[in-house]
Write a protein that binds this ligand. Sequence first.
Ligand SMILES: Cc1ncc(COP(=O)(O)O)c(C=O)c1O
Length: 298
Amino acid sequence: MPELSGRRKTTRPGPAPEHAPGRALWINGRIVRGAEAVLSIFDRGARDGEGLFETLRVQRAEPLHWELHMERLVLSAAELGFPVPEAPERLREGLAELLKAEGLDDAVARITVTRGVPGGRPTRTGAWIDVERHGARRWKGIGRGGARVIFSKRPFHPGALGRYKTTSRLAFSLAREEARAAGADETVLCREDGEALEGATSNLFVVADGEIRTPPLACGILPGIVRAWVLSTSCLLGLEAREADIARASLADAREIFLTNSVQGVVPVATVDDHPVPDREIGLRLHEAYEEMARRGG
Ligand SMILES: Cc1ncc(COP(=O)(O)O)c(C=O)c1O
């Protein structure tokens, strides 16, 4: 089984693991560590999960697809009635400061904005950034040539807010835990009527009848940045790609399946519920093209 390419090692040893007390974070304009990294309990993000976030890859200290992530964040904040978030330029400066403080060049960064503390004049969103080593977040299956995927045992309904990357993550976290418990990389979420929608942290693609298909955004799923990259790049590679309903049952005999997200890139799927997926050719081509684009910096 070929090993997928992609960056496996950071240029320097990474920081302490996620949630380590000494880890630096950028919060509302300041680099803080440990017990200083606090959010008010009056902040709507802390109280009620009213927040938005972006997770993105950083290579050689440069965030990949920065503008696209900021566009999704700013537009989502406006559509959901958030106060004006911190300016993207300021967030970028904060990210650069934080990467320096943590001694990281290749990383995964998470930028979170909350609806802030109500009643302030003018009300500002809360904002923080955290970073960790990119290698720490890679799915194990990537080193083995393809992701191991399971179906969630719970039916999933994205609801009216499914197209936003909100911090109300319980349904997704439970699905990720299902994957962890099964020793898998990712969980595919399906509606009660049997339509496959997306992964707990990724978008879903199948290759069938010579074309690439992905569930429609009209299902209420997240408009992934890498999903859009696959749809726009496929034609350059001479491949046809389109939105189409994907029945869960059809995944059992799909020739090829792959998943996408900003941290993992494009990842061919090796098994679904322990059944091998026969082919990986197109997923591998897109994986290589994505990694090449990332190496060039976008
Ligand atoms: C539910 C869900 N779908 C899809 C994605 C992929 O989105 P992107 O390509 O923007 O990282 C994510 C990413 O975290 C996600 O959480």
